[in-house]
Design a protein around this ligand. Structure first.
Ligand code: LLP
Length: 431
């Protein structure tokens, strides 16, 4: 158990019970109900500061943006705005969210993929920097208007992340452009009179190898060098994406962020001078690393079924946290009140959805669980709430922000009106 808590200082074991910041998990579940996402404000800040400090130390000419898609709660965004990060938006509504959370236009990058015309027009109108990921989108964007800065995502052919679904570059990836098409796009942008440029990649998510980021940066700088030579432009920033991983399994190693940034910074500086790239900023846009381990999903056990296996039925499922079902992802589970108990039973923790994939953990060794127990599913802060759904007409859960001894509701639980409110029944079906 101590191993699970080793890198999560906002979680404490108080006589077997779970303490999140200074609040007991049981009191949160009682007050706000379950399933419930709980985020630690201090952990979010500490995670962001760890990256910021390393950037300041090893490469001050840099900028740090937060990938909103990891967790789009306005309170989370506001914390990161206070921490002076920028925001990376995946779509028009994420631009809106960033603005609502107080990010200025100059601190928002719109990095969608396979943009529609409407999205490009929206991006232009909102005045934020736009990062396109195809020659097609580049042509359409430049036809619709003249963005203050033109940035493009490339596929540098190197890919990180050990989960198959989290590889975003290389032969099978839909993201980014080839060098040839990117060169064409930058040439068009230059002809259009654009003076400021950015180059972007996002090659994989949840990378725990601190050497990977430098290796990928090398590739991107090679691309930058070739584009500079062919088109005659310099880049304001070179964005190496997100991808900083967290150890979901207690036995996994922790990414040494300072080391990853130190190594990458050196490679960056050397490459910038080798390829005569002027003085671009190194840009980083992580999501998971900042919010992932700062979130806990509390869920109540309703049923213990002793069938061919032991099934622990809880009120969270694939509608609440999809990662285990989609990627076979592992999330550590704590049983409230039993942190000091021996893991003595292999059980499958399953949700209430009518799918057999709706299993949060399969054959997991845990302390003996009884009905009404409260479970905490760890590292649920990134890609948790955001990937939830209303499948089986289930409500999305509430979200709470814990800070010291207090905890506030930052998103209420959905009710039936939010789930079905947009539906309409044609008159003829009402008879
Ligand atoms: N920038 C761009 C353009 C991205 O597409 C992403 C994530 C990020 C930054 C942030 O990546 P991160 O630092 O979080 O690795 N649903 C998956 C993760 C998908 C990530 C998609 N893009 C999961 O649950 O693991």
């Amino acid at each position: 158990m101590n191993k699970i808590l080793r890198n999560r200082d906002f979680l404490k074991n108080r006589k077997g019970k779970i303490l999140i910041e200074g609040v007991t998990a049981s009191s949160l579940a009682k007050k706000f109900g379950t399933p419930l996402y709980v985020y630690s404000e201090s952990r979010i800040r500490a995670n962001a500061q760890r990256i910021k400090n390393a950037l300041e130390k090893f490469i001050p000419h840099s900028k740090l943006f937060y990938a909103i898609k990891a967790n789009n709660n306005l309170s989370v965004l506001s914390i990161l705005r206070q921490e002076a990060l920028g925001a990376d938006a995946a779509g028009p509504y994420e631009i809106e969210l960033a603005k609502k959370a107080g990010f200025s236009k100059s601190k928002i990058l719109y990095s969608g993929v396979f943009h529609s015309d409407e999205e490009l027009k929206f991006g232009l109108k909102s005045g934020v920097a736009i990062n396109v990921d195809s020659l097609s989108a580049a042509k359409r964007l430049l036809h619709f208007g003249k963005p203050p800065l033109f940035s493009m995502r490339v596929n540098p052919g190197i890919a990180g992340g050990k989960i198959k679904g989290l590889v975003f570059a290389g032969a099978d990836a839909k993201f980014g452009e080839s060098l040839a098409n990117a060169t064409k796009a930058f040439r068009l942008a230059k002809q259009r009179g654009i003076k400021k440029f950015g180059l972007h990649m996002m090659t994989g998510s949840c990378v725990l190898d601190d050497k990977y980021f430098g290796a990928a940066t090398t590739k991107l700088l090679e691309f930058a060098g070739k584009i500079r030579k062919a088109v005659g432009i310099q880049f304001e920033f070179i964005d190496i994406g997100g991808g900083l991983g967290i150890p979901y399994r207690a036995k996994e190693k922790i990414l040494d962020v300072a080391k990853a940034i130190r190594v990458t910074a050196k490679i960056f500086r050397d490459g910038v001078s080798k390829f005569q790239l002027g003085n671009p900023q190194l840009m980083l846009e992580p999501g998971r690393y900042i919010v992932g381990d700062a979130g806990v999903l509390l869920t109540r056990v309703g049923t213990v079924k002793q069938a061919q296996k032991i099934f622990i039925g809880v009120d969270a499922g694939m509608q609440t946290l999809l990662r285990p079902m989609l990627y076979d992802a592992w999330h550590e589970i704590l049983v409230d009140g039993k942190l000091n108990s021996r893991a003595s039973q292999k059980v499958s923790v399953v949700g209430p959805i009518c799918e057999n994939t709706d299993q949060l953990a399969r054959d997991r060794l845990l302390p003996k669980i009884t009905e009404k127990d409260l479970l905490a599913i760890l590292d649920a802060g990134a890609y948790g709430f955001g990937m939830g759904s209303n499948y089986n007409t289930r409500a999305r859960p509430a979200e709470v922000l814990a800070k010291g001894k207090s905890a506030e509701l930052i998103r209420g639980r959905e009710g039936i009106s939010e789930i079905i409110g947009k539906q309409k029944i044609p008159q003829r079906l009402k008879k």
